[in-house]
Ligand binder design. Structure first.
Ligand SMILES: [Zn+2]
Length: 103
């Protein structure tokens, strides 16, 4: 998919971009890979960050759980823009997140 820089200006679009890259076929539980996922509102500080709960294993997660963006104190927008300007392949980076986080 093409990432349009103009779409990355607001937080909502940033999270939407992550969702589309991460879950192109629909949201999947990071724990059991179930597609029975319920939306559980939004993060208290990052209002565009959607929270979910898995209907099957009751794992709670959000848009950034298990991505390289989780656990960093930078706004997602900063990350997306940095990575974009560095010419990195966002989807590959998100898929490789477990490797990066373990280092
Ligand atoms: Zn699950």
């Amino acid at each position: 998919m093409q990432v349009n820089i103009k779409n990355l200006i607001d937080d909502g679009q940033c999270y939407q971009t992550v969702r589309e890259l991460r879950w192109p076929d629909g949201i999947t539980c990071p724990s059991c890979e179930s597609k029975h996922v319920i939306k559980r509102g939004f993060d208290d500080t990052e209002l565009a960050r959607q929270r979910y709960e898995c209907h099957d294993c009751h794992t709670r997660f959000d848009d950034l759980t298990d991505t390289i963006f989780a656990g960093h104190h930078q706004p997602l927008k900063v990350w997306i823009l940095c990575l974009y300007f560095m010419g990195l392949n966002l989807s590959r980076l998100i898929l490789d997140s477990r490797v990066l986080c373990d280092q």
